[in-house]
Ligand binder design. Structure first.
Ligand SMILES: Nc1ncnc2c1ncn2[C@@H]1O[C@H](COP(=O)(O)OP(=O)(O)OP(=O)(O)O)[C@@H](O)[C@H]1O
Ligand code: SF4
Ligand SMILES: [Mg+2]
Length: 339
């Protein structure tokens, strides 16, 4: 049977693990050597959950998303190890053609700039129709397009418009409609509201959160904005220099951050958008991923740095319902090292 004729997969059940990354590692060959923007990243997103991925500029958030979809911005990037399990099936061994069937159908994507993925020469209706047809969901397309536009708060006339005739907020709503068109199990949204006006940002986020909850979709939301995390995420992963340094349910992360990097972010001492040295830091700058510091990559900026931090990479320690990659938790009451 051709991929276009494949039957739609059953919707995930509540709590089902939809996406699981296990030790995912991606390398980029650059003039300065090999860079690992995604270094042994493990994370999990369940059905009905919004999982945030935060970290300062250049920490590897987008490369993590590209690694899941195997859509890299450069030919110099490749997955080197690890697993990308989508509803239990590892996508890493799949050939590119099978990946094309996964993209758009099983995984919807929303990016910062909808203009970058809306086709400028096709009307909104025509591009949604093409997408449904490409994934064998073309029957009843007209009704489905009307339903999608209604769901994202757009009038049905928008179907006749071209991308340049849309405002930023309307274009991003079309982007969301397109991501949800084939009823994917997972949506990956990379800075979906960053390019929008502040008032529109809130509307679009609430819309995404509502559609995600109603549809029971799993969502991985990449953002610089801790306010957005607090408002819409259930669980958060914090990334620093290619590695996950902390993960926790959102309430725990904000109430009691366990990693000094997360503590710095929440205290406002560290900034996700304009990374800068903290005053107490010894060398104080964001590490160059071509030659990252040994041991804990945060050690040149950490106010709690110890000798061991400069030599050895900290494992993840379980601390209550959080996990933090920091030596401060070694031997702490209730802390337990995990893989
Ligand atoms: N096109 C590219 N060519 C070479 N290296 C790249 C490219 N894109 C990313 N990188 C490398 O990967 C690292 C991670 O980049 P990535 O885009 O994932 O960061 P990010 O966390 O999404 O940042 P931002 O918040 O600014 O979007 C960068 O620091 C850089 O070293
Ligand atoms: S491992 Fe050491 S340097 Fe790294 S965050 Fe913890 S205390 Fe700071
Ligand atoms: Mg990015």
């Amino acid at each position: 049977m051709s991929r276009a004729g494949a039957p739609p997969a059953a919707a995930p059940t509540a709590g089902e693990t939809v996406l699981e990354l296990r030790d995912l590692t991606t390398e980029i060959r650059s003039v300065r050597g090999l860079v690992r923007p995604v270094d042994a990243v493990s994370l999990r997103v369940r059905a009905g959950e919004v999982v945030g991925l935060v970290g300062e500029s250049g920490s590897g958030k987008s490369m993590t998303a590209f690694s899941v979809m195997r859509l890299f911005p450069t030919k110099a990037a490749r997955l080197v190890s690890g697993e990308v399990r989508l509803r239990g099936r590892d996508l890493v061994p799949l050939p590119q053609e099978a990946m094309r069937a996964v993209r758009g159908r099983e995984v919807g994507m929303i990016f910062q700039d909808p203009a970058s993925y809306l086709n400028p020469v096709l009307s909104v209706g025509r591009q949604l129709e093409q997408q449904l047809q490409a994934h064998a969901m073309g029957r009843g397309a007209r009704a489905r397009i009307a339903e999608l536009l209604r769901d994202v708060g757009l009038a049905s006339e928008i179907a006749g418009r071209y991308p340049h005739e849309l405002s930023g907020g309307q274009a991003q709503r079309v982007g969301i409609a397109s991501a949800l068109a084939c009823r994917p199990a997972l949506v990956i949204a990379d800075e979906p509201t960053t390019a929008l006006d502040v008032t529109i940002q809130a509307q679009v986020l609430r819309l995404m959160a509502r559609l995600q909850r109603e549809g029971g979709v799993a969502m991985l939301l990449i953002t610089h904005d801790l306010g957005v995390v607090a408002e819409v995420c259930d669980h958060v992963y914090v990334m620093y220099a290619g590695r996950i340094v902390e993960e926790a349910p959102v309430a725990s992360l904000f109430a009691a951050p366990q990693h000094p990097y997360t503590q710095g972010l929440l205290a406002g001492v560290l900034d996700l958008i304009e990374p800068k040295p903290i005053e107490v830091a010894i060398h104080g700058s964001v590490p160059d991923l071509a030659s990252p510091p040994p041991g804990c990559r945060f050690h040149p900026r950490c106010p709690h740095v110890m000798d061991v931090c400069r030599r050895e990479t900290p494992p993840h320690f379980e601390v209550g319902d959080a996990r933090a990659a920091c030596w401060l938790h070694d031997g702490a009451p209730g802390a337990e090292a995990t893989a």
